[in-house]
Design a protein around this ligand. Structure first.
Ligand SMILES: *Cc1c(COP(=O)(O)O)cnc(C)c1O
Length: 394
């Protein structure tokens, strides 16, 4: 008889967003007239920028005529888009060649798929609190997970210490904490990975939110990273592609383990398991990397950042500890009055109808913390911030 992948039995049920929805629906049914301010979402709210839409329309038109029609696209990405991404890196002083860039249909897809490159016996290190997909993708693959807990004591930016792992997940700027590794701290992880022969999977989904010039957008800004890191990026949060789907991954030519070249293996993987990403979407994505595209996406990012600022100003006034907000779309606060993260959730919902995300949903060391997202509507964010101030300034 066929044996299913029993690793699925090891997955912990995630009740986070389900529980939030239950509580919110219950409240709304008891108070149908009350408006709810949703600052819990991890999805963007602003539409695609005009130059992306223009290219998407033009690409549909290309597909409508035999002379401009495209069939299968190259598995690792359209040359025009790989080139645009490589140029984008070069503009920031990072030398990446076109064929080190792999176009994907998103970072989540890639974070799971990339595990095909590594043996099951390798242990994966996850810095917690964390994006739940890191843990779950490795459980499904049957890999051992090393949990590295952090907290306010290290500003949610831990050092490698004596952690024992082969694959290392680093998400910077971080979801959920909004914390960002500086060059010095990131260099410690690069040194550690090179010494151990480990590989860092660097999730740069929020790099475009960095405003502090001194902070690295890419792990390849750190010396030595080309021999120990894979960078996974996405246009989801940077350009509103959550429903449109496009990402890119960088695997440097030098990256080898056990005499095998990971880039070459990935080419083989992609040519076997995908037939590339839609021509139309890749054309739209290429517009993001033009001068005009960069200007337009940053107009949207600045709106989210203004929302974050409205929140952090309130926490500054209240003297509440937080991180994130300035180089990331999330503000991660310490719950006031020693409340647990779910107690604080209920308190905000019942008293002022503001929704956030309880930190405990991102791993046990997230207990006592709470995430606010800046992706909500600006007016809603302003009203929510005012309500939080009035509620907690008692
Ligand atoms: C949103 C997000 C992504 C992006 O995922 P996509 O599949 O590209 O939409 C990746 N990593 C983290 C940590 C995220 O929060």
């Amino acid at each position: 008889m066929l044996i299913p992948n029993t690793n699925y039995n090891q997955l912990k049920q995630s009740y986070l967003f389900h529980n939030i929805a239950l509580k919110v629906n219950d409240f709304q049914s008891r108070h149908p007239d009350k408006k709810i301010y949703r600052l819990g979402i991890g999805d963007v709210s602003l539409p695609l920028c005009p130059c992306v839409c223009e290219q998407l329309h033009a690409a549909v038109e290309d597909q409508a005529h035999a002379e401009t029609f495209h069939g299968y696209m190259p598995e690792c990405g359209a040359p025009f888009l790989r080139e645009a991404v490589a140029k984008h890196y070069k503009a920031r002083g990072v030398n990446i060649s076109d064929n080190e860039v792999y176009i994907s249909s998103g970072a989540s897809d890639e974070l799971g798929d990339i595990l095909d490159l590594f043996d099951k016996s390798s242990a994966a290190l996850v810095i917690e609190p964390a994006y739940p997909a890191y843990v779950d993708a490795n459980i499904i693959a049957g890999r051992k997970i090393v949990h590295l807990a952090c907290g306010a004591y290290n500003s949610f930016l831990p050092e490698p210490g004596d952690a024992d792992a082969d694959l290392i997940y680093i998400c910077s700027p971080n979801n959920p904490t909004g914390a960002v590794f500086d060059r010095e701290k990131l260099a410690k992880w690069v040194r550690y990975a090179n010494e151990r022969g480990a590989v860092i999977l660097f999730d740069a989904a929020y790099e475009a939110f960095i405003e502090d010039e001194a902070l690295p957008h890419s792990i390849f800004e750190i010396e030595g990273a080309r021999t120990c890191a894979i960078e996974i990026c996405s246009l989801s949060k940077t350009a509103g592609f959550t429903g449109t789907r496009l990402g890119y991954t960088v695997i440097p030519k030098e990256l080898e383990r056990g005499g095998m070249n990971l880039g070459e293996m990935w080419v083989r993987n992609r040519t076997t398991k995908t037939n590339g990403v839609s021509y139309i979407i890749q054309k739209g994505a290429a517009a993001v990397f033009t001068e005009q595209g960069q200007k337009q996406i940053h107009q949207n990012i600045n709106i989210y950042k203004q929302n974050a600022k409205v929140l952090t100003q309130v926490f500054d006034k209240l003297g509440i500890w937080y991180c994130g907000g300035s180089n990331a779309p999330y503000v991660w606060i310490q719950c006031p009055a020693n409340m647990t993260s779910w107690e604080f959730f209920d308190y905000l919902l019942n008293e002022i109808q503001v929704i956030g995300t309880p930190g405990a949903g991102f791993g046990s060391c997230g207990e006592g913390y709470f995430r606010f997202s800046s992706f909500a509507d600006t007016q809603d964010t302003e009203i929510a911030a005012q309500r939080i101030y009035q509620l907690l300034n008692k």
